[in-house]
Design a protein around this ligand. Structure first.
Ligand code: ADP
Ligand code: ADP
Ligand code: ZN
Length: 217
């Protein structure tokens, strides 16, 4: 299965991609997470993208496209599928991906209102060691602001501050919304109601994936 999961910032893409990845045994690829890890390790890539990521702007296509296609080819070669979170975010990214050997078969569009996204993002907490994501209200860690998996203190992402959230939404409406239009025309786009609990949303995604598999038999 080659799956893409799209949606506004805070819609729950990363959360759902992680669950689907475990359930179906396909690797979860998050471009945002690759950038955050590189920023943390102060690699050449990290230094190049830091100013964009931390101000909530999209990283330029020249940097994102090559990197993502390479990672997808690796995942596809080894596991025969992927679930990709947060890419493509521009029409150019979508066009290049669709011409590649790793073109997606299923695009899931997670629909959540902007108010609900902002509520989720302002309570999001993040583990810089393992990349795990929590939510103080909706998915709290067992111990106060400590990662369940590695015991380190959780932080608020630099781009989850209020003024940066606003920039990310501006980028989303301007550059990523047209990508949804583009995929709608291909018939590969499936809309998922992303409101409700994490379990409810997972359930809706699984139902859609099951129905697609049945049709293809
Ligand atoms: P995205 O990858 O789309 O930016 P995340 O998966 O990181 O979104 O989710 C954003 C925040 O909302 C996180 O704190 C996450 O724990 C929380 N979250 C995810 N799905 C839900 C949901 N269905 N209901 C409430 N909170 C959620
Ligand atoms: P969210 O879905 O919550 O906005 P991500 O972790 O997916 O967060 O992305 C964080 C940041 O990484 C983005 O604001 C942007 O700067 C950069 N980024 C991630 N994916 C892309 C992409 N496909 N194209 C350009 N920049 C990206
Ligand atoms: Zn951790």
């Amino acid at each position: 299965m080659k799956i893409i999961i799209l949606g506004p910032p805070g819609a729950g893409k990363g959360t759902q991609a992680e669950i689907i990845s475990k359930k179906y045994g396909i690797p979860h690829l998050s471009v945002g997470e690759i950038f955050r890890e590189n920023i943390r390790r102060r690699t050449e890539l990290g230094l190049k993208v830091q100013k964009y990521v931390e101000s909530g702007e999209l990283v330029p296509d020249e940097i994102v496209i090559k990197l993502t296609i390479r990672k997808l080819m690796e995942s596809y070669g080894t596991f025969g599928g992927y679930i990709l979170d947060g890419y493509p975010r521009t029409l150019k990214q979508a066009e290049v991906l669709d011409k590649s050997e790793v073109a997606p078969e299923i695009i899931l569009s997670i629909k959540v209102s902007e108010d609900e996204c902002v509520r989720r993002l302002s309570n999001r907490r993040y583990c810089t060691k393992c990349g795990a994501t929590y939510n103080l209200i909706f998915k709290p860690p067992k111990k106060d602001e400590i990662c369940d998996l590695c015991g380190v203190k959780l932080i608020q992402r630099e781009d989850d501050k209020e003024e940066v959230i606003r920039n990310r939404f501006r980028e989303y409406y301007l550059k990523t919304k047209p990508v949804l239009q583009y995929y709608r025309r291909t018939g590969k786009l499936f809309e998922i109601n992303g409101e409700g609990t994490i379990d409810e949303v997972t359930h809706r995604i699984i139902e859609v994936l099951k129905s697609i598999r049945t049709q293809n038999l």
